[in-house]
Design a protein around this ligand. Structure first.
Ligand code: UVW
Length: 346
């Protein structure tokens, strides 16, 4: 039975079943994997991840910090270059082992469907509740208990997200492997700030003769991640905040294009896929309208800060736009986002 009496206008809640946790990722089926595989003709691979310690600092988002690696500890001893003769006098082995404190969405990443919800009257009783895709409520599976096994490890041990059913592990199990289609917005619009609405996106697709089909993962290059790399760990927020093309989440026609296109995921090399802050509007509204449309209404995952330069240049030089994309997030139960090392094969 559906978790809602009324669903948001323009949403697809219920269309993949009342208990669906994958949204548009359902569209990546066997046929999509085979379509992706048919794009492998040169046998070349491209890593689409930044080094995960970039951008550097926390100027893009003050909540998110660079990863902090440290050795695990055996009693009080750091387990790095650890001689096993400490445990057995005959042992010649030396072992190292580490752990990381990681903001899951710091660098190259996926946003799961648990990332953005909204206040919405799903019961139709006149009271808005905190809802996520397909009507999953935040109030049902709230914060887990403090976990004693984390005592002293340095995390705050507050437990996982409120939208437990929509964690990123669902995408990991599905695999996130299929056909990617790259649109090189940087090539068309340069690296000054351009808002990309339906008109601009259609213009770029037509100029390159690109057809996007149901189940494709759409990948947008804006040049942002390349600027991040050039800044070598010292990001200049003033430059980056207005850098390159960004989707205009306030353009209703663009949102409709996304709904109609059947794409299964929307990936970009910039900070939020869409321009943030969004264009000013009045009245009750989503501050992140593209996130609201994709994650909350359609169950369409977003990906950010992918590194696309080498792939984009190779595809352009070879008159191509499509490739096999393999991008599973971590299978970390209840995580909201995940670092990812996407691989394109051509
Ligand atoms: C913003 O924070 C603006 O976007 P995201 O959380 O998806 O990175």
């Amino acid at each position: 039975m559906a978790r809602w009496e009324q669903r948001p206008t323009g949403s697809n809640w219920g269309e993949f079943g009342p208990d669906d946790q994958l949204g548009r990722v359902n569209l990546i089926g066997e046929e999509q994997v085979l379509k992706g595989a048919r794009e492998i003709r040169a046998g070349k691979t491209f890593c689409l991840s930044l080094p995960l310690d970039l951008p550097g600092g926390n100027v893009l988002n003050p909540r998110r910090h660079p990863p902090r690696l440290s050795p695990t500890r055996l009693q009080d001893t750091p387990y790095v270059n650890f001689p096993l003769r400490m445990l057995n006098p005959d042992a010649v082995d030396v072992l190292s082992d580490d752990q990381v404190l990681l903001s899951m969405q710091y660098s190259t990443q996926w946003d799961s469907l648990a990332h953005v919800g909204a206040l919405f009257d799903a019961d139709g009783d006149g009271r808005a509740e905190l809802c996520y895709y397909n009507g999953y409520r935040a109030g049902i599976d709230v914060i887990g208990p403090k976990d004693a096994t984390h005592a002293g490890c340095g995390c705050d041990g507050d437990g996982p997200s409120a939208a437990l059913k929509l964690g990123v592990e669902n995408m990991a199990v599905k695999g996130m492997q299929g056909r990617g289609v790259l649109v090189d917005l940087a090539r068309h619009f340069g690296t000054g700030r351009t808002l990309i609405g339906a008109k601009e996106l259609r213009q770029a697709l037509a100029a390159d003769g690109i057809e996007v089909e149901r189940g494709d993962m759409l990948v947008l290059r804006t040049g942002f991640a390349e600027a991040v790399v050039d800044m070598a760990g010292q990001p200049d927020a003033d430059v980056l905040h207005g850098y390159g093309a960004a989707l205009d989440g306030t353009d209703a026609e663009l949102l409709q294009w996304i709904s109609d296109s059947g794409i299964a995921a929307l990936c970009a090399d910039n900070y939020a896929v869409e321009a943030y802050p969004a264009r000013e509007r009045q009245g009750p509204r989503a501050m992140l309208p593209l996130h609201h449309h994709c994650l909350f209404k359609l169950g369409l995952p977003l990906a950010e800060l992918w590194y696309l330069k080498d792939l984009a240049e190779w595809l352009h030089a070879n008159g191509r736009h499509r490739f096999m994309l393999t991008a599973p997030p971590l299978r970390l139960p209840h995580a909201i986002g995940s670092p990812v090392t996407p691989i394109a094969t051509v």
